[in-house]
Design a protein around this ligand. Sequence first.
Ligand code: HMG
Ligand code: MG
Length: 302
Amino acid sequence: GLPQRVTVYEVGARDGLQNEAALVPTEAKAEFIARLADAGLWMIEATGFVHPKWVPQLADADELMPLLGRHGFNDHTRFPVLVPNRRGLVRAAAAGAKDIAVFASATETFAAKNLNSTMEQSMLEIEATLQQALARGMRARGYVSMCFGDPWEGPVALRAVADVVVRLIAAGCVQVSLGDTIGTATPGHVRTLIDALERRGVARDRLAVHFHDTYGQALANTYAALQAGIATVDSSAGGLGGCPYAESATGNLATEDLVWMLDGLGITTGVDLRKLVETSGWMADILGRPAPSRAVQALTRG
Ligand code: HMG
Ligand code: MG
């Protein structure tokens, strides 16, 4: 059956904004995150300590994190940050981050494009990063990109994904998020992958799903994952997003579209949809174009 409660892991401030060419002021990012928290989201990926030349939008990560401390967030709210390597970890720790997210690729081509490395070399760097993060008492999640299809390599073998997932968990990730970076997954494939991972010893409560809506499949894929027992879903307020290093990647599953479905299914998220829609509308004004989310459009019409 379906889970009674789902954790919405909000990625708008990182995956959403990283693709925006126009720099959003650091203060506006801090307010965005505060408003997301006020709307009831409590896992909010705040930024990334990636190389500033690779993702200029996130070059202010070091300044943004201390701003979050000004807000009276409850103890429950967490602000994980994306970290590519040990250099990023040192920056994240200095900025006060307590939770990190590392990211690996299920394909060689994307490891080269996104991490300037091979799969093996990048896994070794991730393992070293995780070791140092755990020694600092941090909590870590892992992402695996290109879990379903890769724009250069085509369909991705279940085994290639499973090898990376198993290795990330062994290295200390409390959760691994299955990334459909370019949005080509379909619900049957989602189920097949989760079942294959279970056969490799990966429990469903260690997994999250991360869908991009490029082909309009994100919500259907999410439903398949819920039916398979997954209870953490990544999404982006307003449906912002995309990956600058993956051709044809568009926005993430929109948090509003997700919450609309979960509300309808009677699944608890703690998210106040009205406040969230207001927040995405506010960010859309800053970015100068409407939020791609269908639910945001429907709920702000008229
Ligand atoms: P590189 O150029 O190969 O780095 O980049 P390097 O290790 O050769 O080092 C070169 C210089 O960069 C050195 O400085 C380092 O100190 C510095 P120098 O000694 O020459 O003065 N450096 C850094 N500076 C600041 N912060 C750092 C850092 N690391 C090295 N962290 C690197 C390798 C991994 C850093 C680069 O490729 C990178 O930052 N990649 C990130 C790309 C990215 O952010 N992509 C989008 C996020 S992933 C995603 O969106 C997918 C996801 O959403 C899931 C899904 O949808 O599938 C998560
Ligand atoms: Mg993504």
